[in-house]
Design a protein around this ligand. Structure first.
Ligand SMILES: Cc1ncc(COP(=O)(O)O)c(C=O)c1O
Length: 411
């Protein structure tokens, strides 16, 4: 596994003496498919790209306008502060109160990051080192594994698709591993499996964290994309959560600001301080106009995120209806930006990487092979609902044609 990437990356071993932490990274399983996608694009093929959770919708226009306005102010071109300007952190705290009933001190319990991925990675570096262990969800969003490996710590990946079993296995691991795991990662709505939880999951997680003395990192990237009335619960809204953990949120998904690179880490003040310390050495903060525009987004764009969530729900239905007509087995996700689908027979025998290559080559549809998210993902595909409804219908038609089974009813 390696971070999803649009450009082909080489699998060749380094010829220079790179650090051992680079050599410990797991093999790159998206390589072949990324290379083929790149070649198709270069050859002028109109690839329908459901591979990455990279939103194609633009942000709310008022956010872009604020960015332009703030960029014209010459005072905003200096280095900013690495933990984020105070008004931005205050806005995050206000939003947590409004959405999840959580009270946060924006000075000690909130920090801005260059996207939640950067924050997550540096927090792992701040908390873990050789000999430490983190439990992460499997199948795994790649950075949940890489960040721990890059911190020279060990990974135990536990299947997350049955959340009660995930909790039982966390407890079992804590009982039997010495030294005990130091960190447990939660990620609901989960990428890639789309697993969701209710708030009682976090009550039990906090109980276990206190009993076994581990720290919790909740990755809440899909906080605001829920379907059919489902609102993903925040880990931080659980009593006692602030004693044991933090939660990452992001402007990338619900606000469609992925390229802006802005996210937040909120919660336990000591963990926030650990992240602030390491970031203080590594960076000078996010371009200030981006921070100012993000304040506007959080203050004024509630309707935008409601509408976008409804749009993702329609796309989910178009894709799931279409794939079901092709005879695919899948669970309709309750949240997030992905559909996690079982590879139908007889194609499942090919393995997810080869099958994804076939869909890309013969149908012009790029998807992520489940194997790219670890062994637990084999037999599945992850399809990002980032293209519009018409393109998703086209994707289903092309997949049906490529598998020589046309949909029973053409939408
Ligand atoms: C679960 C999860 N966490 C984190 C991220 C990265 O978010 P950001 O853009 O804030 O770095 C993603 C993006 O795909 C994600 O799916």
């Amino acid at each position: 596994m390696r971070a999803e990437s649009e450009t082909p990356q080489s699998d060749n071993p380094f010829t220079i003496p790179v650090a051992s932490r680079l050599r410990r990274l797991p093999p790159y399983l998206f390589g072949k498919i990324n290379k083929l996608k790149y070649e198709k694009r270069v050859a002028g093929v109109d690839v329908i790209d459901l591979g990455m959770g990279n939103p194609t919708d633009p942000p709310d226009p008022q956010v872009v306008e604020k960015l332009v306005e703030a960029t014209k102010d010459s005072r905003n071109h200096r280095y900013s502060v690495s933990n984020g300007i105070a008004n931005l952190r205050r806005e995050v705290a206000i939003r947590y109160k409004k959405r999840h009933g959580v009270t946060l001190d924006h000075n000690s319990e909130v920090i801005a990051c260059i996207g939640s991925k950067e924050g997550f990675s540096h927090l792992c570096l701040a908390l873990m080192g050789p000999g430490d262990t983190a439990i992460v969800p499997a199948p795994s969003f790649p950075i949940h594994v890489y960040a721990v490996v890059l911190a020279s710590a060990n990974v135990i990946a536990l299947d997350v698709r049955d959340p009660s079993e995930y909790l039982r296995n966390i407890a079992y691991t804590c009982e039997h591993l010495y030294p005990r795991p130091k960190v447990v990662v939660a990620n609901f709505p989960h990428n890639p499996s789309t697993t969701t939880v209710e708030s009682d999951f976090f009550v039990e997680l906090v109980r276990l964290a206190k009993k076994y003395e581990f720290l919790v990192i909740s990755d809440f990237a899909y906080a605001d994309i829920g379907f059919d009335g489902y609102q993903p619960p925040s880990f931080l809204s659980t009593p006692g959560a602030l004693d044991v953990g933090v939660e990452f949120t992001t402007m990338s998904k619900a606000y469609s600001m992925a390229g802006w690179r802005i996210g937040f880490c909120s919660g336990n003040s000591e963990m926030v301080r650990a992240l602030a310390t390491i970031k203080g050495y590594y960076d000078y903060g996010i371009f200030q106009p981006i921070q100012i525009a993000a304040i506007v987004a959080m203050r004024q764009c509630d309707d935008f995120i409601v509408d976008l969530s409804a749009e993702y729900q329609r796309r989910r239905d178009v894709l799931c209806d279409g794939l079901e007509r092709l005879g695919w087995e899948l669970e309709r996700p309750k949240a997030g930006m992905f559909v996690w689908a079982k590879i139908p027979e007889p194609w499942n025998e090919m393995g997810s990487i080869e099958f994804s290559m076939k869909l890309l080559d013969e149908a012009g549809v790029a998807v992520s092979p489940g194997r790219g998210f670890g062994e637990e993902g084999e037999g599945f595909l992850r399809l990002a609902i980032v293209e519009n409804e018409q393109r998703l219908r086209q994707a289903v038609r092309e997949i049906g044609r490529c598998l020589r089974r046309e949909p029973v009813v053409t939408p």
